[in-house]
Design a protein. Structure first.
Length: 365
């Protein structure tokens, strides 16, 4: 796994040359059509001025992939091809607008499954070419950060954000719209990945995160002491592979001794270990960097235990906490349209040579 580098990362962009045009963009309503197809949701949305949702259409493939215990890339790509036109048409109809009313097309081009990404990118490029509307490529994880802007109209940079999903676990400073500094990251498994693997080990199946969250409510979070990894000289970094292995070893030990495994206790204790590390390092990073606003983003941000623990910790330390509704934590096109809006205002435009980048780094353009 290639680790991201710390330090300031921003965007390399073509800024609008005409300042008069820029002022015009900022004084009129701007409609962005967002398109998302990075994994197993085909989604389209229309968002006004980066924060007002006019439509949010999602075609989920979760039930399909449950049969296989996880996302099958080839099946995901084929399903995106089937659904992409339908969700875009429904998004436009729900918003009561046409493609001619839209100011720009925002689309996820990475990171994600390359075949899945290509479906959305090809669709967005085709619409851009046919209508003459600007194309704005969006980083999927930066989209997750932008999901916080939808329901928190007062949230503006700078703030600190914990990004926690199936593929990423980062702590970033959001310095400006589209400008980030990574100050912490996982050295191995992402938190969401650990949730999925542990869920599979205790027989819960896919998707693991919501199922562990639900089962954990029936168990005792202090029933089993699982490890919390500490990275030397990296106080904001994470490691979840040791925790995952500890859970697997515990289950194997019980089976060898012919002892019954209390799945609820395992789920609750594992979740507590993950949440404890996420919360303590996020709050420490916020205090060390003088940040009074903390946000969480990504699929794991929907976890009820994480939300509750983070809220308590932020209140205790005088921090304001922001997080999206669960519908905006998982993959959606609203967040992509919101992120695209701020890139559009800056004058950033993607060419028709835009391609899928499955391992795209945060801030990379």
């Amino acid at each position: 796994m290639e680790l991201p580098s710390r330090g300031e990362i921003g965007i390399t962009e073509e800024c609008a040359k005409d300042s008069a045009e820029m002022r015009l963009i900022m004084t009129k309503d701007t409609l962005i059509l967002g398109i998302e197809s990075s994994c197993d949701e085909t989604a389209a949305a229309v968002v006004r001025n980066g924060r007002e949702v006019l439509s949010n259409i999602i075609s989920s493939q979760i039930e399909l992939h449950k049969l296989y215990g996880g996302v099958v890339p080839e099946i995901a790509s084929r399903k995106h091809i089937e659904k992409i036109n339908q969700v875009i048409e429904e998004a436009l109809n729900t918003a009561n607008v046409t493609l001619q009313d839209v100011d720009a097309i925002g689309v996820t081009y990475g990171p994600g499954l390359v075949g899945a990404l290509l479906v959305g990118v090809a669709e967005a490029k085709a619409i851009s070419f046919a209508t003459g509307k600007p194309l704005v490529g969006v980083h999927h994880i930066e989209g997750h950060v932008s999901a916080n802007y939808i329901e928190h109209k007062d949230l503006e940079p700078p703030f600190l954000c914990l990004i926690v999903s199936g593929g990423h676990t980062h702590i970033v400073l959001v310095k400006e719209y589209g400008k980030y500094e990574i100050i912490g990251y996982t050295h191995d498994d992402a938190a969401g990945e650990a949730f999925d693997k542990v869920a599979r080990a205790i027989g819960l199946g896919y998707p693991g995160g919501p199922k562990i969250d639900k089962l954990a409510r029936e168990g005792r979070k202090d029933a089993i002491t699982f490890p919390r990894a500490h990275i030397e000289d990296a106080p904001y970094d994470f490691s979840f592979s040791g925790l995952k292995s500890a859970v697997l070893n515990y289950i194997n030990s019980c089976e060898m001794k012919k002892e019954e495994v209390n799945r609820a206790d395992v789920a609750a204790s594992f979740q507590e270990a993950v949440v404890d590390v996420l919360v303590t390092r996020t709050v420490l990073a916020a205090k060390d960097h003088g940040m009074k606003k903390v946000a969480i983003a990504g699929g794991v941000a929907a976890n009820s235990s994480l939300r509750e623990a983070m809220q308590k910790a932020c209140e205790k330390n005088g921090l304001s906490l922001y997080y999206p509704s669960p519908i905006y934590c998982t993959d959606n096109a609203v967040m992509i349209a919101s992120a695209a809006y701020y890139e559009y205002l800056k004058g950033f435009r993607s060419g028709l040579d835009l391609n899928a980048v499955p391992n795209l780094k945060i801030g990379q353009r």
